[in-house]
Design a protein around this ligand. Sequence first.
Ligand SMILES: C=CC1=C(C)c2cc3[nH]c(cc4nc(cc5[nH]c(cc1n2)c(C)c5CCC(=O)O)C(CCC(=O)O)=C4C)c(C)c3C=C
Ligand SMILES: [Fe+2]
Ligand SMILES: [Fe+2]
Length: 329
Amino acid sequence: MPAPASTDAARPDTALILVNLGTPQAPTAQAVRRYLSEFLHDRRVVSLTRWLWCPLLHFGILPLRSGRVAHKYASVWMPGEDGGSPLAVYTRRLARELQAELPQLQVIDAMRYGQPSLHATLRRLRDQGVARALVLPLYPQYSTTTTASVCDVLARTPGPAARMVDHYHDDPGWIAAVADSVAAHRARHGAGDHLLFSFHGLPQRLADEGDPYPRQCEASARAIAAKLGLGAGDWTLAYQSRFGRERWLEPATADSLQALVARGARRIDVVAPGFAVDCLETLEEVAMMLAEDVSKAGGELRYVPCLNDTPAHAAALAAIARRELGAWA
Ligand SMILES: C=CC1=C(C)c2cc3[nH]c(cc4nc(cc5[nH]c(cc1n2)c(C)c5CCC(=O)O)C(CCC(=O)O)=C4C)c(C)c3C=C
Ligand SMILES: [Fe+2]
Ligand SMILES: [Fe+2]
């Protein structure tokens, strides 16, 4: 009798781990609080000294923010058996798409914060005797706050021999996939008056200290715009999702949108190529809240969804994985 597909003998000895940020398990204040607490205790994300930060976090931010943010998650929560937080759902589905592209690998989705935990995944793979793991953080642009934090987990967790993709912000296959998604959106809705590239923000201090993130965002936006044949005046780059009081990268997406409407742009297409999959920050902040603000100002924001679990996304990431594994051999 042939062995069932799930025995150790049949399991591929190389894994591809797609790592995303993490997200609450439920759209409740309690679940959001647990998630934010783990996330905001990471020194890569907030480097303030603990005696200053912990009181602020435990007595201010977590009690005040968790309930408010839980409402936001509830507004984008995906229904059904395969539902949940969009970030988790799309990451899981993307892993399934990639598994179909790469049957010779064991493709797994994991999260830096929360579940399914990257730490537990690495330990499980080691226990299963998996020899190698290619770790692909779903952050096209490298940042010390995101990519390097995944690297920290790899460094301190016993697991298979690991190799990590640092960034893919200028990968031609990925650039083409994003450009094609914008072109398809414009073909469906008619081209807007302007294309705004909206990336997650970062404290300006980190950029000043050498974080390459803003340079890589600029390079991604330039390459996507060039692929679309856009002129210099046809597109803008801005940063969203500011958190806390210090200065973040500018311009802010909200300000750029208002300035564009004031200059006469009526239909503004917004794409968010720093986000591999849709999440709270794209669906609630951009496609809902910022779209409402633009509408009040007399314009129309037309949001271009992230690549999510599309075949084009899976094909682009599969090509990156094949190349990395080829170089590792
Ligand atoms: C100091 C705070 C933060 C830094 C620095 C930061 C960098 C950063 N984040 C992403 C991607 C995502 N962030 C998301 C949510 C989110 N981000 C912060 C704070 C910082 N991010 C918070 C507090 C939250 C939670 C929501 C909230 O309370 O407002 C998400 C979405 C998660 C989801 O569940 O949908 C993503 C994705 C990048 C790429 C980045 C640095 C470049
Ligand atoms: Fe603490
Ligand atoms: Fe963030």
